[in-house]
Design a protein around this ligand. Structure first.
Ligand SMILES: Nc1ncnc2c1ncn2[C@@H]1O[C@@H]2COP(=O)(O)O[C@H]2[C@H]1O
Length: 703
């Protein structure tokens, strides 16, 4: 019992451990299974989503691989068909290669289905779309036709008739695609073009050789001098001799050498005629292609280097001295021998800016980074600068700049040695070499520089020297963004000027003054521009307020005219009453006084009304006009009066009044034109008086 009780917990522990281990194992197995499942699943997904980008290297390599089966089929099928001995001797090899090429054709179709295409600049990656596109294309039908298992016809015609596989040649467009890709990628397109042409001609001669052999076999070997000699003759029995003889025969025809035996039979003649016609085309295409290659090589030279022939013709037509001509020839020679391309900006101009920058950076950045002033420059700044450099080549003894000339650019030495020389051209003050720069003093404004914008020294090229020139404007652009470089340049310039004694001690030199004047002019120009803008705005505002005033003036005239008509009528009425009541005396006097009082009241009411209307009109205007005060209104009234004194205006006013009168007659149906005449006279007078009064008042107010 004790034993049992002792061993039970131990056994339980072992059982637990065992169970635990078993569970662990199961877990591991389950995990592995899960992982495998996942892996399979992942593979499945990747396969489903697998896409070939036609711009990728994989696609390019695959196209190159596809050249093999296509060329194999285009060369071997005809060979085996015509040279049956060759077909039967190496049958296992041919069959293996045949089915290997078929396998590659199948893989090619799968890759084609997964190849994306660019639609509106975006690569289409949707497999369903890609499938749809390929399955509905002519390429699919062609590819499918090239894979039809025509080999089954071996059972009908026998294994020695590989011509049944001729449908494999339908994949030729794929070969063209591969060769085109190669042509765009190769660094030697001309060599590639010539090689491609030669390969096409080789295949053509091969086909012709095979057909010649087949025709000879059909006519009978050695039956005449034209056909292939008797193969029982040991000299012509070997397979190699058979093929080489036929190839030679064809090559002679296609290269139009024409040293072939004369045909004897009609079928031989027909064969020769067809061959000669093809030969003409072949010859023409060889000549044309080689001509193109030579022309394009010359064109390339002409683009790379300035046209020497033209310059030569120009020089001889102008009877230039021998010495100068010799120097020019030497300069050209140096460019050609050392492949110095000075027209790189022209050559690259068709490329987009970012690519041009990258090229320029990779070609010239090493030179620029040697230049001390640009040591600490940002890369972006150097990239900007590098596009502004113009390569220049100077011959030995040539002056790059002469003392006293106006400076327009500075130079950076890419390669070569240049001397700072005295006016005698011999005494050297300093020698400048790769990475040095010069010509900056005359284009940057150094305070106190006595020479202004003139070159301070003569610079002569010792040997051939490659320089970059940088125009004043380009340099200023760069320096405005990089003051450290500017300080460095100025410092170096100042040192040279001090050594030469050409730096004014304390004052600004002419150049400094020029700079100040230039800055002032710039400031003046900018303020003039802003003034122009303001003036234009004011003119527009003035025009709009003028138009409004005119409307207002017309309104007032109408009102005044109408008022005077009423007044004159009332006056007439009053006169009539006076005539009738002359005997009444005191009563009439009283009435007159009352009428005069009434008149005065009415006149003051009218004034008030006019002022109010004036305000209203101005309130209707724009922001500026709304701020007008009553004084402005008064001014307008005064102006109005003054204008009314103008005889022309008066005439116009008469016309307006006429219209008003007519209008008034129509409306009121009172009297004829004669009734109005006295009123008109008095209105003119009172208008003048009123005007004078107003002018006086406004003058008083202004004072
Ligand atoms: N003693 C010198 N040492 C080095 N460079 C010089 C010397 N004197 C003049 N130069 C350079 O020669 C250039 C001639 O044109 P610049 O005056 O524009 O700028 C001048 C300087 O860059």
């Amino acid at each position: 019992m004790d034993n049992t009780s002792d061993t039970r917990p131990t056994r339980n522990r072992w059982q637990r451990l065992l169970k635990g281990r078993q569970k662990q194992k199961v877990d591991v197995i389950e995990n592995v299974a899960k992982y495998d499942k996942n892996a399979i699943h992942m593979l499945h997904i990747i396969w489903k989503e697998w896409l070939v980008d036609p711009a990728e290297q994989f696609y390019y390599v695959w196209l190159q691989v596809m050249i093999l089966p296509i060329v194999y089929n285009s060369v071997i099928i005809i060979l085996r068909t015509c040279f049956t001995t060759i077909a039967l001797s190496y049958l296992p090899v041919w069959l293996t290669l045949d089915y290997l090429s078929d396998l590659m054709y199948i893989v090619d179709m799968i890759i084609t289905v997964h190849t994306g295409y660019v639609d509106q600049g975006i690569l289409v990656k949707d497999l369903t779309q890609l499938k749809q596109r390929y399955l509905h294309s002519k390429a699919f039908l062609r590819d499918l036709a090239s894979l039809i298992p025509t080999d089954l016809l071996y059972f009908v015609f026998g294994i020695q008739t590989p011509l049944v596989r001729i449908n494999r040649l339908l994949r030729m467009p794929r070969l063209n695609e591969a060769l085109d890709r190669m042509e765009t990628r190769t660094s030697y397109p001309n060599t590639f073009r010539i090689s491609k042409l030669m390969i096409y001609i080789f295949v053509l001669i091969h086909w012709n050789a095979c057909l010649y052999f087949a025709l000879s076999s059909y006519i009978g070997f050695g039956s005449d001098r034209w056909v292939y000699p008797n193969i029982t003759n040991p000299e012509f029995a070997s397979l190699r001799r058979q093929y080489i003889y036929c190839f030679w025969f064809s090559a002679q025809i296609f290269t139009t050498v024409g040293d072939t035996p004369l045909p004897k039979r009609e079928d031989e003649y027909l064969f020769m005629i067809a061959d000669l016609l093809i030969a003409v085309l072949v010859f023409a295409s060889i000549v044309g292609n080689v001509g193109n290659v030579i022309t394009s090589l010359r064109d390339r030279d002409n683009v790379f280097f300035p046209n020497h022939e033209l310059v030569k013709a120009y020089l001889s037509s102008h009877q230039i001295s021998k010495e100068l001509r010799h120097r020019i020839d030497n300069w050209y020679q140096h460019l050609h021998i050392n492949k110095k391309i000075i027209r790189e900006n022209e050559i690259l101009q068709e490329l987009p800016l970012h690519l041009r920058t990258e090229i320029a950076v990779s070609v010239h950045l090493s030179t620029l980074s040697k230049v001390t002033i640009f040591h600490n420059c940002d890369r972006s700044l150097l990239e900007e600068l590098v596009l502004k450099l113009t390569p220049q080549v100077f011959s030995p003894g040539e002056y790059v700049c002469k003392k006293g000339d106006v400076g327009h650019e500075m130079y950076i030495i890419k390669e070569g040695k240049l001397a700072v020389v005295a006016d005698d051209g011999v005494t050297e003050f300093a020698v400048l070499s790769d990475g040095n720069f010069f010509g900056e003093i005359s284009i940057i404004n150094i305070k106190g520089n006595k020479s202004g914008n003139r070159r301070t020294a003569n610079i002569r090229s010792i040997g051939h020297s490659d320089l970059f020139s940088l125009s004043k404007e380009a340099l200023m652009d760069v320096l405005s963004e990089f003051p450290a470089a500017k300080r460095h340049l100025e410092e170096k310039g100042r040192q040279i000027l001090t050594k030469m004694g050409m730096l004014e001690e304390n004052g600004d030199g002419g150049e400094g003054e020029a700079a100040t004047v230039e800055t002032k002019i710039k400031k003046l120009e900018s303020s003039l521009e802003s003034l122009h803008t303001k003036l234009a705005r004011l003119m527009a505002e003035l025009e709009s307020s003028n138009a409004k005033m005119q409307v207002r003036v017309e309104q007032l005239e109408w009102e005044v005219a109408a008022l005077h008509t009423d007044l004159s009528k009332e006056e007439e009425d009053a006169r009539g009453v006076q005539g009738r009541g002359e005997g009444v005396g005191g009563e009439v006097q009283l009435e007159r006084e009352e009428a005069e009082g009434e008149e005065e009241r009415e006149a003051s009411d009218l004034k008030m009304k006019r002022q109010r209307q004036g305000e209203d009109v101005f309130n209707e205007g724009d922001g500026q006009s709304t701020t007008s005060t009553k004084e402005d209104v008064r001014k307008i009234e005064v102006d109005n009066c003054c204008v009314s004194k103008d005889p022309e205006f008066h005439e116009q006013n008469q016309d307006v009044r006429k219209i008003v009168r007519e209008d008034g007659n129509d409306r009121l149906g009172k009297g004829d034109g004669a009734e109005m005449e006295p009123a008109e006279m008095s209105s003119g007078e009172s208008e003048e008086k009123e005007c004078e009064l107003k002018t006086q008042k406004s003058e008083e107010k202004t004072n």
